[in-house]
Design a protein around this ligand. Structure first.
Ligand SMILES: *Cc1c(COP(=O)(O)O)cnc(C)c1O
Length: 367
């Protein structure tokens, strides 16, 4: 049987049916219904954050957070990483802001804080780093820079559900963090997402901006769209949340096996986990150095594919080498992101990937 790069976590059919039963009695399908409210409360607790707001997906959550933080400014610039999913960068551009690409670190692929300050101009309004693969950004250094230059910080934490740094939920860092609950993520509501934040005054704008800019009096004060989470998806979230810890333990076992098999191979670089971090094992990225290992990531990808195993060049190419970004913002000057992107391959990783499957994958790679 084929091994895909990921497989969505879903609850037992009966468990989900039980959770959606009340909807067939109360006819409350969406617009912050009782299941939505219950999920929001449970996630606040699980993520250990001061405030949270749920959305129809992670992308719109991020777009709206940028708007709600008051960052829309003519000619405004946001410093971000090119090593991410295009959602991060599109959220900046769709707010009328310019993405300024900062290179990443070799060791964990997150934004390199030593390169941020050179990119700051009078027009810079924010820094938007990504906890890529669940790897924690250098949050302390980033906070220091942001404070010094009076910039907002929004984290794309789409990969980092359940991650903790120094025993603190990852959603506590910066002014706001976006989590994605897309079907492929560690925790899913089929489609869905959230913003976690500190400043309580954001509660109102986030709530109104996901509902057409309508305020409680029914008046409109912003040209906002619609990004509400419905009851059926919230019910999926309640079910999946019950099992997410087991799911992370399952992933951890697969991660450990991959490490045992691949970590000491010449020409293969794996993603170590730092002290002080409770990881979620969301992905298993591997960098292949063709000169030392003898094969490129693309060759490994094709080799695996011929055996019905599907890895993914995630992320390739870096955002600033994609057509529209190249055209609009010029040539990329982020050599580390370029190299990592050329050499990286995400191996299959999901709840239910057996040790036997991991061995099969490693045997093919090491052959
Ligand atoms: C998945 C993802 C998003 C977008 O989330 P959706 O819920 O799919 O809209 C944004 N950024 C990153 C890094 C992601 O992986």
């Amino acid at each position: 049987m084929a091994i895909l790069v990921t497989k969505s976590s879903i609850p037992k059919y009966e468990e989900y049916i039980e959770e959606i039963k009340p909807i067939f009695e109360n006819y409350w399908l969406t617009n912050m219904g009782p299941i939505h409210e219950k999920l929001e409360a449970k996630l606040l607790e699980y993520l250990d954050v001061p405030s949270i707001s749920l959305f129809s997906n992670g992308h719109l959550a991020l777009e709206i957070a940028i708007h709600a933080l008051g960052l829309r400014k003519n000619g405004g610039e946001v410093i971000t990483t090119p090593f991410t999913f295009v959602s991060t960068t599109n959220a900046i551009v769709r707010n009328g802001l310019k993405p300024v690409f900062c290179d990443i670190k070799e060791d964990d692929y997150t934004i390199d804080p030593t390169k941020i300050e050179d990119l700051i101009t009078d027009n810079t309004v924010a820094i938007l780093p990504v906890h890529v693969y669940g790897n924690v950004c250098d949050v302390e250094a980033i906070e220091q820079i942001a404070r010094k230059h009076e910039l907002k910080v929004i984290y794309d934490a789409a990969h980092a559900f359940g991650v903790k740094y120094k025993r603190t939920g990852i959603g506590n860092f910066g002014d706001a963090s976006m989590f994605s609950f897309h079907a492929t993520k560690v925790f899913n509501t089929i489609e869905g997402g959230a913003i976690t934040f500190k400043d309580a005054s954001l509660t109102k704008s986030l709530r109104d901006y996901k509902n057409f800019g309508l305020d409680e009096q029914g008046d409109v004060y912003s040209f906002a769209g619609n990004a509400k989470m419905d009851e059926f998806r919230a019910a999926m979230g309640l079910c999946n949340l019950r099992h997410v810890n087991e799911s992370i333990i399952y992933r951890k076992k697969a991660h450990e096996r991959y490490m045992e098999r691949l970590a000491n191979t010449k020409g293969i670089k794996v993603n170590g986990i730092k002290d002080d971090v409770e990881h979620n094992y969301s992905y298993f990225p591997v960098c292949f150095d063709k000169k030392m290992f003898g094969k490129s990531s693309n060759e490994i990808l094709l080799e695996l594919k011929s055996k019905d195993i599907f890895a993914r060049r995630y992320f390739y190419p870096p955002i600033n080498e994609m057509r529209i970004f190249r055209k609009q913002y010029g040539e990329a000057d982020t050599p580390v992101a370029h190299n990592v992107s050329s050499n990286i391959l995400c191996l299959p990783m999901f709840e239910g990937l057996s040790i036997c499957d991991v061995d099969k994958i490693c045997d093919i790679i090491l052959k």
